[in-house]
Write a protein that binds this ligand. Structure first.
Ligand SMILES: NC(=O)c1ccc[n+]([C@@H]2O[C@H](COP(=O)([O-])OP(=O)(O)OC[C@H]3O[C@@H](n4cnc5c(N)ncnc54)[C@H](OP(=O)(O)O)[C@@H]3O)[C@@H](O)[C@H]2O)c1
Length: 264
């Protein structure tokens, strides 16, 4: 009998994570959806089970909380999961010193600590099972190019890339493939609650989350170590490899400031 395929996706209640979940379900994967907003998770579970012939379950969890992270990793024993999408993430905009330490630390807990915690639990189980398995860590263009007014976010995303590349090397020749997927501007809810919104006309620079998610899943199956969706994003990363880092940071910070307006 063919083994059932299960994937666990964090940050599945909106944006790219919702589309990662749909894309995997479309490709025959049963999915476990993780986020805080239970109504959204339930809605997506119903949608997925209705649209694709797969099973869906969900875990309401706040990944900034240790006890919730512990509850999420029990699913690696409950289900034969062989795909983890470490997608949950938060953005924050503004001067570093004007943010409380709690706000910055919350971002680090979700973008870094939870990602590391889940990656470790997944790898241990993936090794035990020995079947081909995938770990998709979501970084950002900020993994390559730091931007002002996003100091903590840029730092967390640089960590995700460096951590993922090191893991890819450690896992070379095993049954596990690790990919760091680095989108640029994508339509989602990421700016909600940051005090800024896209200026009018900014939408044309945003990629559709469904396309971004499709490219992300494809890059994991192609066993890429890193992947960047979209020509413009790839071009920016290429530029960052030839221009001095400080220029790239200055240019991209200025561009981003001109694309964002205060929403307060
Ligand atoms: N959109 C972009 O332009 C862009 C660009 C580069 C990289 N990314 C990365 O893509 C990933 C997905 O972001 P998105 O753009 O799709 O944003 P989004 O629409 O805001 O989705 C973020 C997801 O993370 C979940 N999340 C946030 N805090 C959480 C917590 N404490 N515990 C559990 N789940 C939590 C949210 O669910 P709940 O609120 O229901 O918990 C939501 O499902 C992030 O890692 C982000 O950094 C996005």
């Amino acid at each position: 009998m063919m083994q059932e395929k299960w994937a666990l996706i964090t940050g599945a209640s909106s944006g790219i994570g919702k589309d990662f979940s749909r894309e995997l379900a479309k490709q025959g994967w049963n999915v476990i959806l993780v986020a805080r907003r239970e109504d959204r998770l339930l809605e997506l579970k119903v949608e997925i089970e209705k649209s694709f012939s797969v099973k869906a379950d969900y875990v309401k969890a706040d990944l900034a909380r240790i006890e919730d992270r512990e509850r999420v990793i029990t699913y690696f024993e409950k289900y034969p999961i062989s795909f983890l999408v470490n997608n949950a993430g938060l953005q924050s905009r503004g001067k570093f010193d004007e943010k409380s330490f709690q706000e910055s630390n919350h971002l680090i807990e979700v973008n870094v600590t939870a990602l590391v915690y889940l990656a470790r639990a997944a790898i241990i189980q993936f090794k035990k099972r020995g079947t081909t398995s995938y770990l998709l860590n979501v970084g950002s263009l900020n993994s390559y190019i730091a931007t002002g007014d996003s100091a903590i976010y840029s730092g967390t995303k640089a960590f995700v890339k460096s951590f993922s590349l090191a893991l890819s090397e450690e896992l070379n020749g095993t049954n596990i493939h690790c990919t760091c997927f680095c989108p640029g501007g994508t339509e989602s809810e990421i700016l909600n609650g940051t005090g800024v919104q896209l200026a009018s006309g900014g939408e044309k620079y945003m990629m559709k989350s469904s396309l971004v998610a499709r490219i992300g899943i494809e890059s994991a199956f192609q066993q890429k170590h890193t992947a960047i969706p979209g020509f413009l994003n790839k071009f920016n990363v290429l530029l960052s490899k030839v221009l001095p880092e400080k220029w790239m940071t200055a240019i991209s910070s200025r561009m981003l400031r001109s694309m964002l307006l205060s929403s307060k």
